[in-house]
Design a protein around this ligand. Structure first.
Ligand SMILES: Nc1nc2c(c(=O)[nH]1)N(C=O)[C@@H](CNc1ccc(C(=O)N[C@@H](CCC(=O)O)C(=O)O)cc1)CN2
Ligand SMILES: Nc1ncnc2c1ncn2[C@@H]1O[C@H](COP(=O)(O)OP(=O)(O)OP(=O)(O)O)[C@@H](O)[C@H]1O
Length: 238
C-alpha cells in the first residue's frame, strides 16, 4: 500500500485515496487445495497421476546412481536413529525402485536387532508382520512381493516405510492402498515411523487428508528430517 506523497494519511483524513499495488482480491493466486476446495475425488485423481510419474522417474535412475543413493540413505538412517540395532524393526522387501533396506537389515541382524517383514493378510486391513532373519524361507505374497513363508505374527516397534512421494511435513504418498496408514493407525503403541524416499520424490504438499499418518522421520539421500534428526517433535496432525 502506498500513499501519494504530500497527501494526508488516512488517520488524518479518512477521505484520502489509498493506492494499492495489487487488486483487492488475491483469491485467484491461492492454491484451491489450500482453500479446501479440492474434493477427495480430485485429490485421489491427482495422487494417482503423481504416483505414476514418481514411480517412472524413480525407475529411470541408473543402477550405479541408485546404489550410491541407497548407501547415503543407510548412513543417514543410522546417524538419525543410533539405537536401531536395539529395536524391533519392520523393514520391507523392495520393489519398483524403492530404497533397498536389505543390506541394512542384515547389518542390524548381526548387531542383534529383531527384524520383521510386512504382508497383506487381508485386503483392506492393516498389514501384519512376520519375523525375518537371513535365510528365512520366503514365498510370494500379493503383488509378488516376497514374504516369510511361515511364522507367528510379531509387533515391531519401529517401521521403515517406503515413500513414493512425501512433503516437508512428513506426509507420504504410497501405492494408494492405504496399508501403512491403516497399520500405523491400528498399532498401539504406535511404532516409530521412518519414511524412506528420494529427493526426486519431494512434493510441495500431498494434500493431506484425515487418514494420512505422518512419518516421525523422513530420510532421503540428502539427510534426515523430523524428530530423530533433532529438529524437535512433529506438530500435531491438523
Ligand atoms: N516393498 C514393499 N513391500 C510392501 C509394501 C510396499 O509399499 N513396499 N506395502 C505397502 O502397502 C505392502 C503391500 N502393499 C500392497 C498394496 C496394494 C496391493 C493391491 O493389491 N492393490 C490392488 C489395488 C489397490 C487399490 O486398492 O486401489 C491391485 O494392485 O490390484 C497389494 C499390496 C506390504 N509390502
Ligand atoms: N485408517 C484407515 N482406515 C480405513 N481406511 C483407510 C485408513 N487409512 C487409509 N484408508 C483408505 O485407504 C486409501 C488410502 O489412500 P492413500 O492415497 O492415502 O494411500 P497411500 O498412503 O498412498 O497408501 P499406502 O499407505 O498403502 O502406501 C483411502 O481410500 C483411505 O480412505
Amino acid at each position: 500500500m502506498t500513499q501519494r506523497p504530500g497527501i494526508a494519511s488516512p488517520e488524518e483524513d479518512p477521505n484520502v485515496e489509498i493506492l494499492c499495488a495489487s487488486p483487492p482480491c488475491f483469491m485467484h493466486e491461492l492454491d484451491p487445495a489450500w482453500l479446501g476446495l479440492l474434493s477427495w475425488e480430485q485429490i485421489r485423481a491427482w495422487r494417482r497421476a503423481e504416483r505414476a510419474a514418481l514411480i517412472a522417474r524413480r525407475l529411470a535412475v541408473p543402477v550405479a546412481a541408485r546404489l550410491e543413493r541407497d548407501d547415503a540413505i543407510t548412513v543417514h538412517v543410522r546417524a538419525a536413529v543410533p539405537d536401531l540395532a536395539r529395536r524391533h524393526v519392520g523393514f520391507y522387501w523392495p520393489f519398483k525402485g524403492e530404497y533397498d533396506p536389505r543390506p541394512l537389515a542384515r547389518a542390524l541382524h548381526r548387531e542383534g536387532a529383531r527384524l520383521a517383514l510386512p504382508m497383506v493378510a487381508t485386503k483392506g486391513r492393516p498389514l501384519i508382520f512376520r519375523a525375518w532373519r537371513p535365510g528365512t524361507r520366503m514365498m510370494q505374497g500379493v503383488w509378488n512381493i516376497p514374504i516369510p513363508a511361515q511364522g507367528e505374527e510379531v509387533t515391531p516397534d519401529t517401521l521403515l516405510v517406503p515413500l513414493v512421494g512425501f512433503d516437508a511435513r512428513g506426509y507420504r504418498l504410497g501405492y494408494g492402498g492405504g496399508y501403512y496408514d491403516r497399520t500405523l493407525a491400528a498399532m498401539a503403541p504406535r511404532p516409530v515411523a521412518i519414511g524412506i524416499g528420494f529427493e526426486n520424490g519431494r512434493l510441495a504438499t500431498i494434500h493431506p487428508q484425515p487418514h494420512d499418518v505422518r512419518m516421525d522421520l523422513t530420510v532421503t539421500e540428502a539427510g534426515a528430517t523430523g524428530i530423530g534428526a533433532g529438529s524437535g517433535p512433529a506438530e500435531p496432525t491438523p
